[in-house]
Design a protein around this ligand. Structure first.
Ligand SMILES: Cc1cc2nc3c(=O)[nH]c(=O)nc-3n(C[C@H](O)[C@H](O)[C@H](O)COP(=O)(O)OP(=O)(O)OC[C@H]3O[C@@H](n4cnc5c(N)ncnc54)[C@H](O)[C@@H]3O)c2cc1C
Length: 380
């Protein structure tokens, strides 16, 4: 029986090499990307070269041929340095590629997966102004015309909107059928009638683009329907059920990054004639945070391992997301406290992590929605 945190050689290699990359290539850019709210384009190419943009894509399609759990390790390692970079990798792997692998026809896989392994960024467009938690109330419409589908509507909050070339877009083909009309479409940048609108100016994960998408009679060929017509609700829900484990991984990476900074700082900062890390009160705060991170990591790893073992994981995924996002917020807050005044200014890295942490309780299902899932599963 393998302990949960003991990684196989290839898993450890991936985790460590991605962290090394993040430390060397991303860390110097973190502050600038946050200030300008923009991803460095060169970095996207480097993420592809590193192999973290197509982790689960089979080798026959040019990808890493690895597992969902490997994606979690990459997301965790990147988040330790910059959670806003990690979310691009998260959406690419745990939502878009995951959905293409599960629901794509051979034709869809052959057309898109080799590109996604080398240069094509993906986005996942479910939310709208009037449908967030109540995702199936979406109003983007798809009507059939001349063998194609025409999409009309507006999506909001779409991660990777600025960089993506491929968008999984959920629209309803038959509103009278309710959620049973929802269908997933593969919209390519450049399709007539499709445009990327306003980019949000955010509190945290600022380098990650979050955009409005506009569909004005956007023509989508039949071959770009993902899964069955009217079964898009299954694509949406089943992908998000797994995707939220990725957010758990993002949050434990963020928490670990904040704790790393705090441990370094308290060893250097002197007050009352000694390093503040020598005060037992400070040591206990750090010990408590480390304990919480370990507990959150066990939840995330367990949910990921369950998913890869094809065992039930829904409750565990919801638990790992809610708990790790709360641990991230608490740990980042502690790091700000331990940095004192320096924790409150942009010259030091922890105020950004504090801002970044908040998103974990909002996207891919708010904390209330996670609690609802857990309660439903354990109370019947
Ligand atoms: C930075 C960012 C990136 C995002 N990326 C994407 C993306 O790539 N693709 C995408 O499709 N969406 C994305 N989203 C949207 C995100 O998933 C939604 O914001 C989220 O699901 C919440 O929806 P909402 O904002 O409409 O809030 P609401 O649903 O209006 O919720 C507001 C509050 O009400 C509570 N609430 C709602 N219903 C209930 C209930 N039944 N019981 C108890 N409490 C309830 C919620 O918990 C929350 O606290 C992103 C959002 C952000 C901010």
């Amino acid at each position: 029986m393998q302990p949960l945190t003991i990684l196989a050689d290839d898993e450890r290699l991936l985790r460590d090499s991605v962290y090394e990359f993040a430390d060397k290539e991303i860390r110097p850019l973190v502050r600038e990307m946050d200030e300008h709210a923009k991803f460095s384009p060169a970095l996207i190419e480097k993420l592809f070269a590193l192999g973290v943009m197509g982790i689960e894509i089979p080798e026959s399609h040019g990808g890493g041929g690895a597992t969902f759990f490997h994606s979690l390790l990459a997301i965790e390692s990147l988040s330790r340095v910059d959670p806003s970079i990690a979310v691009m990798v998260d959406v690419q792997n745990t939502l878009v590629i995951n959905a293409l692998l599960r629901w794509g026809t051979d034709d869809v896989k052959t057309r898109f997966l080799p590109k996604m392994a080398t240069h094509l960024v993906g986005a996942y467009a479910l939310s709208e102004a009037g449908s967030g938690s109540d995702a199936f109330a979406l109003t983007t419409r798809a009507t059939e015309q001349g063998g194609d589908w025409l999409l009309t509507g507006r999506k909001l909050w779409i991660t990777n909107g600025s960089e993506a070339g491929l968008f999984i877009v959920f629209a309803n083909v038959n509103p009278e059928a309710g959620y049973r009309g929802i269908t997933a479409f593969l919209v390519e940048r450049g399709f007539p009638g499709f445009s990327v609108g306003k980019k949000e100016d955010k509190l945290g994960i600022r380098a990650s683009s979050t955009c409005e998408l506009l569909f004005d009679g956007c023509r989508v060929p039949k071959a770009n329907v993902l899964g069955e017509v009217g079964k898009g609700y299954k694509v949406a829900i089943e992908t998000l059920n797994e995707g939220r484990i990725g957010i758990g991984a993002q949050m434990i990476g963020l928490a670990q990054g904040a704790l790393d900074h705090a441990i370094t700082y308290v060893a250097e900062r002197k007050q009352f004639g000694k390093a503040i890390g020598e005060f037992q009160a400070v040591q206990h705060q750090i010990a408590r945070a480390a304990t919480e991170i370990e507990a959150a990591r066990l939840l995330v790893y367990n949910a990921g391992r369950l998913r890869d073992a094809k065992l039930p994981f829904l409750t565990e995924a919801a638990m790992c997301k809610i708990f790790s996002s709360e641990v991230a917020e608490r740990t980042a807050s502690l790091a700000v406290n331990l940095f004192g005044g320096n924790g409150f200014v942009k010259e030091y890295p922890v105020e950004k992590l504090y801002r970044d942490a908040k998103i974990g309780q909002i996207y891919e299902g708010t904390s209330n929605l996670q609690l609802q899932t857990i309660a439903k599963n354990i109370m019947g």
